[in-house]
Design a protein around this ligand. Structure first.
Ligand code: AMP
Ligand code: MG
Length: 406
């Protein structure tokens, strides 16, 4: 049996980021940029006004003998257009926010600091002296032509999308989303839509893992349920090796019908199949026909928890992320944890910020078949190996499942 840390290290050592694909800009969110994005022009591309007002020469704004200077208005320039003439001494042009500053003008005064006789006025009085460059957003103030605006490896979110759009990247080179095959196993497992016969249970793992895989940023494909026969499992795995990653649930513990391990050994290699933890000791990892296979336990809670611990970082590495694992923090465990097993225990808990500290409450019965222990859990308390019992108000480490990876 290997430790959780060693298992994760061994898994990640086998995984490389997937290929680069070009996706439409609107589909790039959440993906990792595969090339440096270099600005091909200055942004803003031209000097423009930050205010609605008048473009003028700064020296024309000086008051004469205490009177506001009066300038002749020669026209106007709106956003999206360019002026058809220059601003000369003693004149001004109306200008709107975002409009290019007309030639000749070196400053803009906002409309509130001027006086005239209406929108068509042929004159304007300047009520305050303005320095050169006032209210002008120079070309290249945000980004300079040739500048690396986003380095490769950047995770694309809404703000990066805004930068890419500004720079004209209609398609974006990104690491592609892994296509993940999800295979449930077990003669007892039937689909959610089928009637429940005696001895059968519904395939919760297939659907739970589908949602978890999507949340991790990958594409999920449920391949249904393999029977507990070599033939059925072979057939399903033959289909599964056309994907980037295979997730199985069930069939990896020491039982008569546990065949995933056998087939992994027959058609590829197995790296390990037991981890010193609960829930979820029987986790297998290896390759089949060159495709990584993560074999998760059948018990639904074990399956969910081991996916968070191993499947999520694995998928994130395929996606090209550099931050792979959830952060761990110190919490006060208000209700304590009574421990019996010697293995590392991941206890489902709700962690909240209370009176200046993080306080955890466990979610009740922690059996690996108790699916309701997952509800409301936003953290896993990490109870170290050795059967350590936490008394109420003891401190423990918690892995924060709803915080971004570090
Ligand atoms: P196994 O790892 O195949 O021995 O399964 C362990 C436990 O998980 C058994 O009680 C199974 O019935 C249950 N189980 C296996 N697969 C699923 C599944 N897809 N959905 C829900 N429970 C399952
Ligand atoms: Mg089974």
């Amino acid at each position: 049996m290997i430790s959780v840390e060693e298992a994760l290290t061994r898994i990640l050592a086998e995984i490389k980021p997937l290929n680069v694909v070009h996706v439409p800009l609107s589909e790039a969110s959440g993906l990792v940029l595969a090339e440096d994005v270099v600005a091909q022009e200055d942004i803003p591309p031209f000097a423009n006004s930050a205010m609605d007002g008048f473009a003028l020469l700064s020296k024309d704004s000086k008051s004469q003998h205490g009177n506001p200077p009066r300038l002749r208005v020669t026209g106007g320039v709106a956003a999206g257009y360019v002026a058809d003439h220059a601003v000369e001494e003693g004149t001004a042009m109306r200008i709107m926010t975002g409009a290019p500053v007309p030639p000749g003008a070196d400053t803009v005064i906002q409309v509130e600091l001027t006086r005239n006789d209406g929108p068509e006025s042929e004159w304007v009085e300047i009520l305050q002296e303005v320095a050169p460059g006032n209210n002008i957003r120079p070309a290249g103030e945000d980004m300079r032509k040739g500048q690396t605006a986003l380095p490769r490896g950047t995770v694309i979110g809404p703000w990066e999308i805004g930068i890419l759009a500004t720079l004209g990247w209609a398609t974006v080179p990104v690491i592609c989303r892994p296509r993940v095959a999800i295979l449930s196993t077990g003669d007892e497992v039937v689909d959610v839509s089928e009637p429940l016969q005696p001895g059968k249970i519904r395939n919760s793992n297939g659907y739970l893992l589908e949602a978890a895989v999507r949340r991790a940023g990958a594409e999920a494909y449920r391949l249904g349920v393999a029977r507990d026969t070599v033939e059925s499992l072979r057939e399903k795995l033959t289909e599964a090796v056309t994907y980037d990653l295979i997730l199985t649930s069930g069939g990896v513990s020491v039982g008569d019908f546990d065949l995933v391990k056998d087939i992994m050994q027959e058609r590829g290699q197995m790296s390990f199949w037991r981890i010193n933890m609960r829930p979820g000791k029987p986790v297998a990892f290896g390759h089949i026909s060159g495709i990584p296979l993560l074999g998760l336990p059948g018990n639904p809670v074990s399956s969910a928890v081991t996916f968070e611990l191993f499947g999520l970082p694995l998928i994130r590495k395929m996606l090209g992320h550099s931050r792979l694992v959830k952060p761990q923090i110190s919490v006060t465990v208000e209700d304590g944890v009574q421990e019996s097993a010697m293995r590392r225990h991941y206890v489902r808990a709700r962690v909240e910020w209370q009176d200046g500290r993080f306080v955890a409450h466990t979610t009740g019965n922690q059996g690996s078949h108790i699916m309701t222990s997952l509800l409301n859990a936003n953290a896993l308390l990490i109870i170290p190996e050795g059967g350590i019992t936490l008394r109420p108000d003891d401190t423990a480490k918690a892995m924060m499942l709803d915080w971004p990876e570090v």
